[in-house]
Design a binder for this molecule. Structure first.
Ligand SMILES: *Cc1c(COP(=O)(O)O)cnc(C)c1O
Length: 359
């Protein structure tokens, strides 16, 4: 193994949740967590699987003051054939390294990191739920952990993986979401950290999220940080529009998070013969399409919901309905195809799934 891992078994394992329809998202955690430390002298060292529990931090720890933190979100699925599998894990590992580079955190060896993920998921395999649509959500994260207040790139880094059994996102069927387009706050600018999956991006997004919720909208659609004109993404999802038969999705300009679900959808759509344009799309262009009837479907893409139809769009006092506030045919086809591959219900022709172990 690239990174040796010691294992300390939890002496008091918990009961697995009896009712898998009540799992929700990120509320229940498994019996163990993975941890590993880094400093320039020793590199990555002390890889360990230990009982799940609180992490002691120095009160001056960098992460608490300057928010030096990055994370990933991915899922382990129990396939129809009984295996535990990950979906495109190398993509998450590469993105983690790209995020690390932006925040001056150390790189992980890609194959070594995959070994860690597989070893840890195998340890927790009994926590991968069995019901349709459920999975084990993995949250790898890394943070700066120097015990002093000087503002520098960090010397001490902690890498952690926790996991949480999560329920079917659409327990009551796929209902379209209501989205508010944010015209005041911005999430990210080019040259900033928009393309990195870092905690700070979320900290800055909460106020607009609150406002949207107060007005009855579930999520915020962000515009670009300079002209506030071009569509970027939704909360924790990338966004796609079907306009006059073509698919348009904002291009990755540096302020948009490069989603793995986005990438997978683009690949599938092109395989199916659709024209997919990755380009700037302004809010004016979108509403012109909504007004003249060419905006056929809109949806968000992300690991949690996979594909999420957008039914309503609110902007500067006006609300627009998309696709009669129902899930569109193409949105449904994308959802069925991706979840089919993830849960092993349809052939994985692109070899996107990586087997961890037998379940
Ligand atoms: C994680 C994330 C996404 C979705 O990425 P996936 O790899 O598809 O899960 C989109 N936007 C933001 C801001 C994110 O943090």
């Amino acid at each position: 193994m690239k990174y040796p891992i010691s294992v300390t078994k939890n002496p008091c394992p918990k009961e697995k949740p009896a009712d898998e329809s009540k799992l929700g998202f990120g509320k229940i955690f498994t019996d163990h967590m993975f941890m590993m430390d880094h400093n320039p002298e020793e590199g990555w060292h002390n890889g360990r699987i230990v009982p799940f529990g609180p992490i002691a931090l120095h009160p001056a720890s960098t992460v608490l003051h300057y928010g030096v933190e990055i994370f990933e979100g991915m899922k382990a699925y129990r396939s129809r054939s009984g295996q535990i599998r990950l979906f495109r894990p190398m993509e998450n590992i590469k993105r983690l390294n790209n995020s690390a580079e932006r925040l001056c955190l150390p790189q992980l060896d890609e194959e070594g990191c995959l070994e860690i993920l597989k070893t840890f998921v195998e340890t927790e395999k009994d926590w991968v739920p069995h019901s349709d649509g459920t999975s084990l959500y993995l949250r790898p994260y890394m943070f700066g952990n120097d015990p002093h207040l000087g503002v520098h790139s960090v010397k001490n880094t902690t890498f952690v993986i926790i996991c949480s059994p999560v329920g079917a996102y659409y327990a009551e069927g796929i209902n379209p979401v209501k989205i508010a387009i944010e015209s005041e706050d911005v999430r990210a600018v080019r040259g900033g950290t928009g393309y990195a999956k870092c905690g700070g991006n979320y900290a800055a997004s909460l106020r607009a999220g609150e406002r949207a919720e107060k007005n009855g909208y579930t999520q915020v659609l962000w515009l670009d940080g300079v002209e506030r004109k071009y569509i970027e993404e939704v909360g924790a999802m990338n966004v796609m529009f079907k306009i006059d038969g073509k698919i348009i999705t904002p291009k990755l300009t540096g302020s948009v998070l490069p989603g793995i679900t986005r990438k997978s959808c683009v690949e599938l759509l092109r395989d199916w013969g659709y024209t997919v344009e990755e380009r700037l799309i302004s809010v004016d262009e979108l509403f012109e399409a909504a007004a003249n009837g060419t905006l056929e479907e809109a949806w968000g893409t992300g690991t949690a919901a996979v594909v999420s139809p957008i039914g309503k769009l609110f902007y500067k006092g006006k609300e627009y309905t998309v696709c009669g506030n129902r899930i569109g045919d193409l949105t449904q086809k994308l959802y069925d195809s991706l979840t089919g591959i993830q849960w092993g219900k349809v052939a994985d022709e692109k070899n996107w799934c990586v087997t961890v172990c037998n379940g």
